[in-house]
Design a protein around this ligand. Structure first.
Ligand code: SF4
Length: 388
């Protein structure tokens, strides 16, 4: 327990030091308010250098101060409780937001999407067909059967339905608000494009895709996340001016297990893009990254949810996170899918109700061994520039 607390305190200290540095340089940040207490502690130590014993002592005091003054008190006499709550609120190192529960909730929920890894969701059209086992319980298909967006039909013979003009205006509005968004949340707004379809579906009229890329080009302040299960179609469907990849477009493929990772990453790795990502959800089997690159920039993992969901094993998640860390890939564990998959239930024998009280992140909870693992990648061109 002490070791875990030390690790948390070290992260608090890192964060507080970073806020102090930004402040000294006159940069205003949303973290200011959240870390005011930590700063008071650090500033009381004058020029304590990061890692020095004075700095470490200040961070420890600051950590205890936060624990005492925020929602980290034991609520049921269980001394483990504040530690766990502490970890739930702890900062993601690559996308630091802070301890403010409301800010964290809004950040995690996104402005216009309930999906944890995006801020907005935009569907230029609706409709698709199954291409691999990851599609077996397609959420979009089930929603379409219920809401009849597409007359309730789905699959190879069902028409794809273009969404309304009003829907297409959504990204223009988000783009206009993007500067304020970045100021508040510390990152460019991310748009997950086509949660109810596939951008690279060959049944979609090519004019629609041309219109979509024109919209993407017009909305330069948004980062567009194009996720597909058809990477073999990408090269022939990208716009003529793609070049080394549009600076605001991330390309991703779904890989529900090793077989589909091997097939789809083989296609994606040869296509230029500023960010390439793997969507390991629904995880229906183990997946390991290869020993040698090229590697993706980002990997999102998650278990399947809903009726008939296939189980996900905690070991698969630990293994892929370990691979990501070794190979410089940013890991983002979104959810376990069901509390039956959550290690608190599967390995520690807790009831799903007790596990839910401790871990309410994503469907089935999202913590991995007491931590939220939710990192975001750095764009290749930016990383390259920073390294130069
Ligand atoms: S590719 Fe996606 S949207 Fe299309 S059928 Fe499969 S799961 Fe559904």
């Amino acid at each position: 327990m002490k070791m875990r607390m030390d690790k948390i305190l070290r992260e608090i200290a890192d964060e507080a030091y970073e806020v102090a540095r930004l402040r000294r340089n006159g940069v205003k940040t949303a973290r200011d308010r959240v870390f005011a207490e930590v700063l008071a502690e650090l500033e009381a130590n004058g020029d304590a250098r990061p890692g020095s014993s004075a700095w470490w002592r200040a961070a420890q005091r600051a950590g205890h101060f936060i624990a005492k003054n925020h929602e980290l008190q034991p609520t049921n006499g269980d001394s483990a409780q504040p530690i766990v709550r502490y970890q739930i609120c702890k900062i993601s190192r690559s996308n630091r937001i802070g301890f403010d529960p409301e800010l964290n909730r809004r950040r995690n929920m996104g402005e216009n999407s309930k999906i944890e890894w995006t801020d907005h969701t935009f569907n230029p059209w609706i409709g698709c067909q199954h291409v691999s086992p990851g599609c077996d319980h397609c959420y979009a298909e089930a929603q379409n059967a219920f809401r009849k967006w597409n007359g309730g039909t789905w699959g190879p013979h069902a028409p794809r339905k273009r969404t309304s003009e009003a829907t297409w205006k959504g990204p223009i509005k988000w783009n206009a608000e993007a500067r304020a968004f970045k100021e508040e949340y510390g990152h460019r707004p991310r748009v997950f494009c086509a949660s109810l379809a596939d951008v690279f579906d060959n049944q979609v009229p090519s004019e629609w895709r041309r219109d979509l890329f024109a919209l993407i080009r017009d909305c330069r302040r948004l980062d567009w996340l194009l996720l597909t299960k058809r990477p073999q179609n990408i090269p022939k469907m990208l716009p003529a001016d793609w070049g080394e990849g549009h600076r605001n477009v991330w390309l991703g493929v779904t890989a529900e297990n090793q077989e589909w990772f091997d097939r789809r990453w083989k296609d994606l790795q040869n296509i230029s893009a500023v960010i390439k990502f793997i969507f390991y959800e629904p995880a229906v089997g183990p997946l390991r990254l290869p020993k040698h690159g090229p590697f993706p920039d980002w990997l999102i993992s998650g278990g399947e949810s809903g009726g008939g969901a296939r189980p996900m094993k905690p070991r698969w998640v630990r293994d892929i996170i370990a691979d990501c860390r070794l190979r410089g890939v940013a890991p983002f564990h979104k959810q376990w899918g069901s509390y039956q998959n959550n290690p608190l239930v599967m390995e520690r024998g807790m009831s799903p109700t007790d596990a839910k009280a401790l871990d309410q992140y994503g469907k089935g909870g999202g913590m991995v061994d007491g931590e939220l693992v939710r990192e975001f990648p750095t764009r290749r061109d930016v990383a390259h520039r920073n390294a130069a």
